[in-house]
Ligand binder design. Structure first.
Ligand code: F6P
Ligand code: MG
Length: 436
């Protein structure tokens, strides 16, 4: 099937490129303006000049987007530039391509990633403000505004830990399913979706889980449980059980992922958890190494007993090496995951060591399935297009118009009464593929 693209007028891709991406660029420019004094205090005139250059680079970018200019090759020499430019050539030569790649004509996934890469260049090429993360404030704000929800979750979890050793298998399963759902719905809290408007978690994340079950369109949670519990039963002294979480947003979602990861270790369903984050600021709220460490520090030094207990334990997990944070350039390339084995064989080989890969969020889902206009009932396995490093599961709320693996008629039925079902973030999937 064809790629989602801004050339389909009226589609969510079209609307995103026309309205939401320029809004995001405008916000980035505002953020730089607001930090002018800070740049001056830190770096003097040089800081202010760098800010001006970055802003003019970004205004130019916004203009290229809004007037549907051809996509230009990257002119910087950052480590991934060559791969980006090769990808542009590949887009140019697509047999059923639509002429010269441009903002509205090319695949949405490609040009949206390209925009974030150009935002990165605007800063990275302008020392001394080259390490400034334009999205950092928003991410921190989302975290603070979700404070109540974070407290509720940490409190629930620390209570659970008190008697986790005495839980029967059935109870353990229930708890896993609960925390999977918290992590799933945590994905509602992303800032690219709301173009940077508030999207924090305000209510207790555990309260309404049951009411939300009907909105999980594909629910493979039991398969995740079976995989983990069987791995636990069959484990030998030397075989470590490893789970990898391919992270999405910082803020409440990240905390929900960390709690899930802690549960996996504390329940002995896993021996180690690898986290994969972004190496540059991405899609407004995606987690970088800095966000990851910052979040754990915030919890550790919080004024709330259970929050700080969580943060301190998690720092311990990192020190002991049972938690590992990794980033890789591939996660911020425009390629879908079916080309990972070719473009980033090292990362593919790394993922093959895992017993289970948990892919968080909408963007990861788009990259898993190639961001295409699939029939809703096409099997997930088919849409993965040979991407099978290990058994995997996507935890995603629907925020873009692509979805596979539904029962025949299921998508059409919802569509009839709720035309916005694929882009409202109200529905979710926990979609598993064994990889065989
Ligand atoms: O445009 C909406 C959007 O920005 C999508 O591009 C993207 O898929 C999603 O929101 C980001 O969501 P998530 O943080 O769940 O990947
Ligand atoms: Mg995101």
């Amino acid at each position: 099937p064809v790629s989602l693209s801004g050339r389909f007028k009226g589609s969510f891709a079209y609307f995103t490129i026309k309205d939401r991406l320029p809004q995001i660029l405008t916000r980035v420019i505002d953020t730089l303006h607001r930090h002018k004094n800070e740049f001056f205090e830190e770096h003097g005139e040089k800081g202010v000049e760098a800010e001006k250059r970055a802003i003019s680079f970004l205004s130019k970018l916004r203009n290229e987007l809004q007037t549907d200019k051809p996509v230009t090759p990257l002119e910087d020499e950052l480590p991934d530039a060559a791969l980006w430019n090769q990808y542009l050539d590949y887009q140019r030569n697509l047999p059923n391509g639509n002429g010269e790649p441009s903002w509205f004509q090319s695949p949405w996934l490609y040009i949206e990633c390209y925009m974030y890469r150009r935002i990165h260049a605007a800063l990275a090429l302008n020392p001394p403000i080259n390490n400034f993360d334009v999205f950092k404030e928003g991410k921190a704000q989302n975290f603070f505004e979700s404070q109540e929800a974070v407290i509720a979750l940490c409190t629930y979890f620390q209570e659970l830990l008190k008697n986790i050793k005495d839980l029967e298998e059935k109870q353990l399963q229930e708890e896993l399913l609960k925390l999977l759902q918290v992590s799933l719905w945590g994905n509602k809290c992303d800032l690219s979706f709301s173009a940077g408007e508030d999207s924090s978690q305000k209510t207790s994340p555990l309260q309404s889980l049951e009411n939300m079950v009907p909105y999980i369109l594909v629910n493979d949670m039991e398969k995740v449980w079976s995989l983990l519990v069987n791995a636990k039963k069959n484990r030998t002294e030397r075989s470590n059980i490893r789970v990898d979480i391919i992270l999405d947003n910082a803020g409440f979602e990240l905390v929900s992922d960390l709690v899930l990861a802690d549960f996996l270790l504390s329940s002995k369903l896993a021996d180690e958890v690898y986290f994969h984050g972004k190496s540059i600021p991405w899609y407004v709220s995606d987690t970088t190494k800095h966000d990851f460490n910052w979040t754990i520090k915030q919890l550790g030094s919080a004024n709330h007993m259970w929050m700080s207990r969580c943060g301190i334990n998690w720092e311990g997990n990192l020190k002991k090496g049972v938690w590992v944070f990794r980033d890789h350039m591939f996660w911020t390339l425009p390629h879908d995951f079916s080309s990972m084995s070719e473009v980033a064989p090292d990362l593919y080989a790394e993922l093959q060591k895992s017993n289970l890969l948990l892919f968080k969020g909408d963007l990861n889902y788009r990259k898993l399935t190639g961001d295409r206009k699939w029939e809703y009932s096409v099997p997930f396995h088919q849409a993965l297009n040979k991407f099978h490093p290990a058994p995997l599961c996507s935890l995603r709320t629907l925020k873009s118009d692509t979805q596979v693996g539904l029962k025949p008629g299921q998508g059409e039925q919802i569509q009839a009464s709720e035309p916005e079902w694929m882009v409202s973030g109200k529905y979710g999937v926990v979609q598993f593929d064994a990889g065989l």
